[in-house]
Ligand binder design. Structure first.
Ligand code: G6P
Length: 609
């Protein structure tokens, strides 16, 4: 969702900005643009569609400039049209790129129109450009003009601003949206995501909410929300493998699905030593606090929310802790009750999801025992703002539809569950056998990857349908929901998931010989119940697509297509079955010809509420 980049250098920045924009493509967008300052003033280049379109435009005449800003826009105010793309410019003097939403833009727009400013777009961003222009005309100081302008803004934003007559400085500001300043050798960069800048530097300064900063050849100046000069710490990022290419895979998503055995093994390695869980690696640097946890409250969005729903089954049945799970967008508006000794846990691959961050900020003042972020991005706002963190070890995920970030979240919450379950015991053996079982999870996921061709064959009849139902029980119910979400996201087939026991309370009415029903049925304590539900589908001539293991006794036959899954222990089953459903969605999407890595209308990192 919207990506922003800026550069100030001695070399031509236009190709650097283009490269950075390509690295931001994974976030999801519908138009792209950049602006530079050359001899003739500010030149703006914008295109609806992919960055490749913008690149084609620039190939005709690549700008030559030592300063520039660029943007990928995901439409909020105004349709994806060239005039609404960023950068937005005021009177050929001020150019702005912006992520986020300015909530009071209508009032500001009216005020600026009265002052004689003509608007050429429907965006809230153009308001920022004119507002900075107005203050710059009065103050003749770009840094001061941006500070004054942002004081008038209500909402969330990360902005980068340049002035035609100041090719030596770039002014940036953040409130609620991330901004990373990259420090290069005699050059400086800014981006909404450090990933965009990795080819140029591995040294970053992450700005805080309320900061306004000026990037200039002689260094970086940062003023905080109170206007005080501050120094934000310089951080060196470990960039090994970051933004790597697709290798032999056709899509990033397929590559990332195949990276799961290693990512899961890394996750265990990072949290276990000599067969024992490491509390500090799981977030508990304070051992005393670990003993005081009496309940857990999990808040997340999208796929991460499904990981939270699986976690609830584990935390209650294995650790015997009451656990509630909320969608972040609902949580803080429902006035939640905080039970005594309750740990607040957020799950997020990006660590920048606006709703999850807002929930964390609410929870920080709500009387929880502590706040723990389970996140895949160490430098994210969520990690920085939480009291404790547990880093998932999936590595950078580029495909918009989350895969390896999800399964490493599952494994991380499972390890956290085991830690909480055995924290009072002095017996060093406690939990060892479960940990030993979990060490097999990578091998079982590998077994599922070897079933890819079989799953692809299953996707062939599926893609001719407009709708599909997914069924699961226990912790496999949220996995069924995740499977349905994956199918929707990338193949655009409508899909819904139900707890199998709910089938006869409504969705059975939809079942006929045209309805594919995808069922997760490992041999476990609930298998008999699940088999009864499958018979209910068969009796209505529904088309069953069953994922099950040999011990279940379920066989393929008329109306029943079967994928024989490896036999897995109950704790590993959600992880292993999730991978099978990722492959099903992937193959269905490829067969339908959709843009697997960048599905329409979706974004990897959702930074607006
Ligand atoms: C977006 C992504 C999803 C993700 C969700 C929550 O919608 O496309 O893949 O599950 O945001 O993101 P988070 O980064 O908080 O896990």
């Amino acid at each position: 969702m919207c990506g922003l980049i800026g550069a100030l250098s001695r070399r031509n920045v236009a190709p650097l900005l283009l490269d950075g924009l390509k690295r931001l493509e994974y976030r999801g967008y519908d138009s792209a643009g950049l602006a530079c300052i050359d001899g003739a003033g500010i030149s703006v280049h914008r295109r609806v569609g992919k960055v490749a379109e913008l690149e084609r435009l620039l190939q005709r005449r690549m700008p030559d400039s030592a300063i520039g800003i660029g943007h990928t826009r995901w439409a909020t105010h105004g349709e994806p049209e060239e005039r609404n793309a960023h950068p937005q410019v005021s009177r050929d003097t001020i150019a702005v790129v912006h992520n986020g939403i300015i909530e009071n833009y209508e009032g500001l727009r009216k005020m600026l129109e009265v002052m004689g400013y003509a608007f050429s777009s429907d965006t809230d961003t153009e308001v920022v450009a004119h507002l900075v222009h107005y203050h710059y005309a009065g103050l003749s100081d770009l840094f001061a003009a941006v500070r004054t302008a942002v004081n008038q803004l209500v909402g969330a934003y990360a902005i980068a601003v340049m002035a035609a007559d100041r090719p030596d400085c770039l002014v940036v500001a953040r409130q609620g949206n991330p901004l990373a300043v990259g420090i290069g050798d005699g050059e400086q960069f800014v981006a909404s995501d450090a990933v965009a800048l990795l080819p140029f530097t591995d040294r970053f300064v992450f700005l805080e909410d309320g900061d306004v900063a000026c990037l200039a050849a002689d260094g970086l100046s940062v003023l905080d929300a109170d206007g005080q000069a501050v120094e934000r710490p310089l951080q060196q990022l470990d960039v090994a493998g970051a933004g790597a290419d697709k290798g032999p895979y056709r899509h990033y998503m397929l590559k990332e699905i195949h990276e799961q055995p290693d990512a899961l093994a890394d996750t265990i390695r990072g949290c276990v030593e000599h067969g024992m869980l490491l509390p500090a690696a799981l977030g508990f640097t304070d051992r005393e606090l670990l003993q005081r946890v009496q309940a857990v409250h999990i808040v997340a969005c999208g796929t991460s929310h499904h990981a939270g729903e699986v976690a609830r089954y584990w935390l209650e049945s294995v650790a015997r802790l009451p656990c509630s799970v909320d969608l972040a967008s609902e949580y803080r508006y429902r006035d939640p009750v905080v039970p005594p000794g309750c740990l607040f846990v957020t799950l997020s691959q990006s660590g920048e999801t606006a709703d999850t961050l807002a929930a964390l900020r609410y929870a920080a003042k709500a009387g929880y025992l502590g706040t723990l972020a389970i996140c895949n991005c160490p430098a994210s706002s969520l990690v920085r703002e939480s009291a404790m963190h547990l880093l998932t070890r999936a590595g950078p995920e580029i495909g918009v539809a989350s895969t390896k970030a999800f399964t490493t979240q599952l494994l991380s919450v499972l390890l956290l569950t085991l830690l909480l379950a055995h924290r009072h015991r002095h017996d060093a053996q406690a939990g060892r056998s479960q940990l030993e079982q979990l060490r097999q999870v990578s091998a079982r996921v590998e077994d599922v990857l070897n079933l890819s061709r079989r799953i692809e064959a299953l996707a062939v009849p599926l893609v001719n349908h407009a709708s599909a139902l997914f069924l699961g029980r226990g912790p496999l119910y949220p996995i069924a929901r995740e499977g349905a979400l994956k199918l929707k996201e990338i193949s655009y087939i409508h899909a819904e998931a139900y707890a199998s026991g709910e089938l006869k309370h409504g969705p059975l009415a939809l079942v006929d010989d045209q309805m594919p029903v995808i069922a997760l049925a490992p041999s476990n304590l609930l298998l008999d119940k699940q088999r009864s539900n499958l018979r209910e589908v068969q009796a209505r001539k529904g088309q069953l697509f069953v994922f099950s293991d040999r011990d279940s006794g379920i066989e393929a036959g008329p109306g029943v297509r079967l994928v024989e899954m490896p036999k897995v222990d109950a704790l590993s089953a959600p992880i292993v079955y999730a991978v099978a459903l990722q492959l099903l969605a992937y193959h269905a999407a490829v067969l339908r010809g959709s843009d697997v890595d960048k599905p329409r209308n979706l974004a990897k990192s959702v930074t607006v509420e």
